[in-house]
Design a protein around this ligand. Structure first.
Ligand code: KIV
Ligand code: NA
Length: 276
């Protein structure tokens, strides 16, 4: 059973309690994140770049998201778990989206799904409405929709008065439509701070920002960026540790000790033939 319900997040917004969210892709990280009192874990399609060695999140399949979601779900007790609907796992038909979301919740064990929802997005708003009616909580995702990278010709900051950007007014309208369709929360990605603030003030459901500044109801980052482990290269993230160095040192030391004969020693050996 989920430790937190979607209502809790609306309450947190109302009471001004910041919501903490972090991507999580595997069992060991999930156990630690669960112990660290993070509110929401996300199996994002960023798993493609950070864990699966793809050049792009667009290559990630529903099977891959489901597999990582299941690993995380088995390893968490209290953290609310959201799974991303990857590129082309929804939108071909309402049925396709419902079946994909159903798999992530019913089989893989997510508490909710997230989907990118562009301005004027009839198809995605209809899907949100349908999923919520069926009992699947949905987090919308506005601002930068990186699954539209090919259609947009790149990834641009949103909420600015520029041709390659949705205006603040369009984003506010999209946020209101998603709230009306029943989304319990919205990711606001790579969006000018003033636009993100206007969105946040316009709706009763919480906004969770990434590269959206300070005036949102919560923050999400990619765990590899936070840990300094591989990293996603997200430009507005903050690094809290340097796991790359920790891992490099440990792996190099292990290899060097095997080569020098220092490892394994007597204490790593069953029935040693001598005392070394
Ligand atoms: O895939 C992901 O990690 C995301 C976050 C950037 C919100 O969608
Ligand atoms: Na994503």
């Amino acid at each position: 059973m989920p430790g937190r319900s979607v209502r809790e997040f609306t309450r947190m917004k109302r009471e001004g309690e910041p919501i903490t969210m972090l991507t999580t892709y595997d069992a060991p990280t999930a156990r630690l994140v669960d112990d660290c009192d993070v509110d929401i874990a996300l199996v994002g399609d960023s798993v493609g770049n950070t864990q699966l060695g793809y050049d792009s999140w667009m290559d990630v399949t529903l099977d891959e998201i489901a597999s990582h979601t299941a690993a995380v779900a088995r390893s968490m007790e209290d953290t609310f778990l959201i799974a991303d609907l990857p590129f082309m796992s929804y939108g071909a038909s309402l049925e396709q989206g419902v079946e994909s979301a159903g798999r992530l919740v019913k089989e893989a064990g997510a508490d909710a799904v997230k989907l990118e929802t562009p301005p004027g997005g009839e198809v995605t708003v209809e899907l949100v409405d349908r999923l919520v009616e069926l009992g699947i909580p949905v987090q919308g995702h506005i601002g930068l929709n990186s699954q539209r990278e090919k259609a947009e010709g790149g990834n641009f900051v949103q909420g600015k008065e520029r041709e390659e950007s949705a205006s603040a007014a369009e984003l506010v309208e999209t946020a209101e439509r998603l709230e009306a369709a029943g989304a319990f929360s919205l990711i606001v990605e790579l969006t000018a701070e003033d636009a993100a603030r206007r969105i946040t003030e316009s709706i009763g459901i919480p906004t969770i920002g990434i590269g959206a500044g300070r005036y949102v109801d919560g923050q999400v980052l990619v765990v590899n960026d936070v840990l300094g482990f591989g990293g996603s290269g997200y430009r507005l993230s903050k690094r809290y540790a340097d796991l790359d160095s920790v891992v490099s040192e440990a792996v190099s030391e292990y290899a060097a000790e095997v080569r020098s004969g220092e490892f394994p020693a007597v204490e790593h050996t069953f029935d040693p033939v001598d005392e070394g």
